[in-house]
Structures are given as structure tokens and as C-alpha cells.
Design a protein around this ligand. Structure first.
Ligand SMILES: Cc1cc2nc3c(=O)[nH]c(=O)nc-3n(C[C@H](O)[C@H](O)[C@H](O)COP(=O)(O)OP(=O)(O)OC[C@H]3O[C@@H](n4cnc5c(N)ncnc54)[C@H](O)[C@@H]3O)c2cc1C
Length: 150
């Protein structure tokens, strides 16, 4: 690869950032990482420690990849013919190589009554636990006498 080779990585989690760091360190490519989460990159594995109050969010931060990471930007469409990624902020990024490092979504069980008919948002008081936002929302919900079912 030459250094003018454009790599777009969709997903600013552990996998996407590690991949970008390797490619950037070798000078092999001009890398852009799209990360829909607005937070500084973090080690998801340690989220429970934040919820438990053992760590502050900044303790689990991953090394910032600098301008390579476009935080808070979601890829919404891939145009394979044009080799371009369309983002929710209107940007269109051309690529030579596209990396999908989008992780996973929590599987929500098919529990009757969990969603409103045709609803897609979890109701108040029901949380998934995958992201920093989930963790902060759960922390904010904790109060003395709270009863939780996991
Ligand atoms: C609470 C918790 C504890 C865990 N503990 C462990 C553990 O102890 N050991 C272990 O091995 N694993 C653990 N895991 C699993 C581990 O965190 C994942 O395997 C790992 O984070 C996967 O990394 P990833 O980069 O592939 O995906 P992710 O970390 O999920 O990162 C993917 C990123 O891509 C972003 N993204 C998705 N779609 C788009 C899009 N269209 N545009 C832009 N960005 C997008 C997502 O928002 C996310 O930030 C745990 C997970 C959780 C939630």
C-alpha cells in the first residue's frame, strides 16, 4: 500500500481503533475512523467498573488517534460503485479500502410488553448495557432503595 491509499474504518471501538493505529503507524495509509459515539474512545470491557463507582470514565479512555477519528459521526450508507461512505453529518468520504468494525448491538429478548406496538425505543426504566451512554444513564438512575432486575 502507498501512503495516499485511503482507508475508512467504520466503528471507533477497540477493533477499529487498533486497526487504524496499525495502519497509521506503518504510514501505509491515510486512515479515517468514523465513530458514532460522542465520547472519547474507551475500553468497553471496563464499563461495569464505572457503574460500580470504582473508576471514573476518563480512567478507561483509550489512546486518542487524533484527527483520524471523527467522533459523533455515523456512517449511514455505503456506495460501493462510487467507493464512498455517506455520513449523518452530510460528509461523503471516498475510500480505497473500507473496514467494518461496527461491533454488535445488544440482543433484546422477545419479551411481551417490552416495547409499545411498533415502538423501537426501550421504555423508561429499562436499560441495555453496552455503551458509555447506557452506563451513564444507569448510573443516573441509581438511588437509595432502587430495586433492579438484571
Ligand atoms: C459491559 C461489557 C463488558 C464486557 N466485558 C468483556 C470482557 O470481560 N472480556 C471480553 O473479551 N469482552 C468483553 N465485552 C465485549 C467487548 O467489549 C467486545 O467484544 C469489544 O468491545 C468488541 O470490540 P469492537 O471494536 O469489535 O466493537 P465495539 O466495541 O462495539 O465498537 C464498535 C463501535 O462502532 C460504532 N458504530 C457502529 N455502527 C456505526 C456506524 N454506522 N457509524 C459509526 N460508528 C458505528 C459503535 O457505536 C461502537 O462504538 C464486554 C462488553 C460489554 C458491553
Amino acid at each position: 500500500m502507498t501512503s495516499d491509499r485511503r482507508v475508512v474504518v467504520i466503528g471507533g471501538g477497540l477493533a477499529g481503533l487498533r486497526c487504524a493505529a496499525r495502519l497509521t503507524a506503518g504510514g501505509a495509509a491515510a486512515v479515517t475512523v468514523l465513530g458514532e459515539e460522542p465520547h472519547a474512545p474507551y475500553n468497553r470491557v471496563l464499563l461495569a467498573e464505572i457503574l460500580a463507582g470504582r473508576y471514573a470514565p476518563e480512567v478507561i479512555a483509550l489512546p486518542e488517534p487524533g484527527p483520524a477519528l471523527r467522533r459523533g459521526v455515523r456512517a449511514v450508507r455505503v456506495d460501493r460503485a462510487e467507493r464512498a461512505v455517506h455520513c449523518d453529518d452530510g460528509a461523503v468520504l471516498g475510500y480505497d479500502t473500507l473496514v467494518l468494525a461496527t461491533g454488535s448491538n445488544p440482543v433484546l429478548p422477545p419479551l411481551r410488553g417490552l416495547f409499545e406496538p411498533d415502538g423501537r425505543e426501550l421504555p423508561e426504566g429499562v436499560h441495555a448495557f453496552r455503551t458509555m451512554d447506557d452506563c451513564l444513564a444507569l448510573s443516573a438512575a441509581v438511588r437509595p432503595g432502587l430495586r433492579a432486575v438484571v
